[in-house]
Design a protein around this ligand. Structure first.
Ligand code: ADP
Ligand code: ZN
Length: 437
């Protein structure tokens, strides 16, 4: 068991499963009372005949109606509000990766609760007051900016709101202020590696980095390994979504094996996306979440569309909050080609295991004469591109072969020069499905 100093909030982190579930039940019950104040839920509960007082045990939660992203869009912007407008302090919007965005509102108390959760996450990995934290995440409506900013300030770190992009400046800031803790999305962390190389800066030698929080989009274990090796850091996976505040929902502990969901603040379920029935621990399904502490805009049984599973068994760190596995992708990201279901992350796993493959790639799906084609365009590393055609050809064949053994279909592989594929400052676009055009 951990010593007290390893917990940010001992009462929330170091408790028995029994006490945690009692706390969850009472918070769930008050959340269900509260959501009745919103036009959306009062209507939804009336239509479905669900009564909040029917929940007297956690297992009764299964009778609560689901909420979908479409529900949030349909009731945009104020349909889920449970507080009068003059009690609101902030709004965020999802980045709209998959369609029209949704608006999320926070009271002052919500903002404090959220900052405290993010601080709890960072503290768990070993970040401490006195550390210097650089947030290389987009600010503005995206929750990864202010979410981490307030969490880091709450923890007591010197916080540099560097924002996304501006690669050279980022490196300069890291040097000038001896940054040792960072937050960055995986695609930007990969792109930044090339800038470091161009500038002749070796992060392991020339910088003080020790911890990185990396999330906001799916990435593979192979990418974690690349980043840890190159930067000389420990990478902790960070999961969140605007609908559940933003970052601070699920976070890896020092074990780096699955993300603890803070179950005092969120109820977590995994359901079969087709039948919507719960699946046993260890089995993949859709993550469904309920806010347990939100004032302005509580959301119950929200279908995240994110696919993952509960990791069975206790975590050696001693926290009883259950862990979810790395997110496989959103159900929207999965594509079907020649009858095979593929997630972009599977392609990434294969690519990032090949040392000659650089850090940027894109998957293109095309249809010609009614035949679907999958093209994987990958940048090669600087080192290889100058060498001869035979080597390139061999590399191309190896990539195709490795992809085939993972996906059971053979994509076309196109090699691209370093830094030639499109870069994005926000979440990376890894899939171009041109078949629908
Ligand atoms: P948008 O849905 O427009 O991208 P958000 O910023 O709210 O807006 O993004 C939340 C989504 O980002 C999650 O539902 C999930 O799909 C993805 N995501 C967040 N963190 C991670 C992570 N650590 N691993 C994989 N996917 C993640
Ligand atoms: Zn743990």
């Amino acid at each position: 068991m951990n010593t007290t100093s390893e917990f940010w909030d001992k009462s929330a982190e170091d408790l028995s499963r029994e006490d945690l579930e009692a706390l969850q039940l009472s918070r769930l019950q008050s959340t269900l009372e509260r959501v009745m104040r919103s036009p959306f839920y009062s209507r939804r509960f009336a239509e479905t005949g669900f009564r909040p007082d029917a929940v007297t045990h956690m297992s009764d939660a299964r009778s609560i109606p689901f909420t979908t992203k479409q529900d949030l869009r349909d009731s945009f912007p104020y349909g889920l509000l449970c507080e009068p407008r003059d009690r609101l302090a902030r709004m965020h919007a999802s980045s709209g990766t998959t369609g029209q965005s949704v608006a999320i509102f926070y009271t002052k108390t919500d903002l404090q609760t959220w900052a405290d959760l993010v601080a709890r996450c960072m503290y768990m990995t070993g970040a401490r007051p006195g550390d210097t934290f650089q947030n290389l995440s987009g600010y503005g409506l995206f929750t990864g900016g202010l979410g981490f900013q307030y969490g880091a300030e709450r923890l007591g770190m010197l916080t540099i709101p560097a924002g996304a992009g501006n690669s050279k400046r980022q490196i300069q800031l890291m040097r000038d202020f001896s940054t040792n803790v960072i937050h960055i999305i995986p695609s930007f962390a990969l792109l930044l590696m090339d800038v470091f190389k161009e500038q002749g800066v070796d992060p392991r030698e020339d910088l003080s980095l020790k911890i990185a929080f990396i999330g906001a989009e799916p990435y593979s274990e192979e990418v974690r390994k690349r980043l840890e090796d190159f930067y000389g850091i420990k990478v902790y996976n960070s999961y969140g979504l605007s609908e559940m505040n933003g970052p601070g929902v699920g976070f890896e502990c020092p074990q780096q094996n699955g993300m603890h969901i803070w179950e005092d603040s969120y109820m977590v379920e995994i359901v079969d996306p087709k039948t919507l029935e719960p699946v046993p621990d260890g089995q993949y399904g859709e993550l469904v979440m309920t806010t347990l502490r939100r004032e302005a805009m509580p959301i119950v049984r929200y279908r995240t569309k994110d696919l993952t599973r509960i990791l069975p068994g206790p975590c050696p760190c001693g926290r009883v909050h259950r862990r979810i596995d790395r997110i496989q992708g959103r159900s929207d990201d999965m594509f079907i080609i020649k009858g095979v279901n593929v997630f972009p992350i599977q392609v990434e796993q294969v690519l990032m295991n090949i040392p000659e493959v650089g850090n940027n790639y894109v998957i293109v799906l095309r249809r010609e004469n009614n035949i679907d084609d999958m093209i994987v365009r990958v940048e090669v590393t600087d080192r290889i591109f100058v060498e001869d055609m035979r080597l390139l050809h061999r590399l191309q064949q190896r990539i195709a072969r490795d992809l085939k053994s993972e996906l059971l279909l053979t994509p076309k592989v196109e090699l691209a020069e370093p830094n030639s594929l499109p870069k994005s400052e926000g979440k990376a676009v890894r899939l171009l499905d041109q078949r629908k055009l």
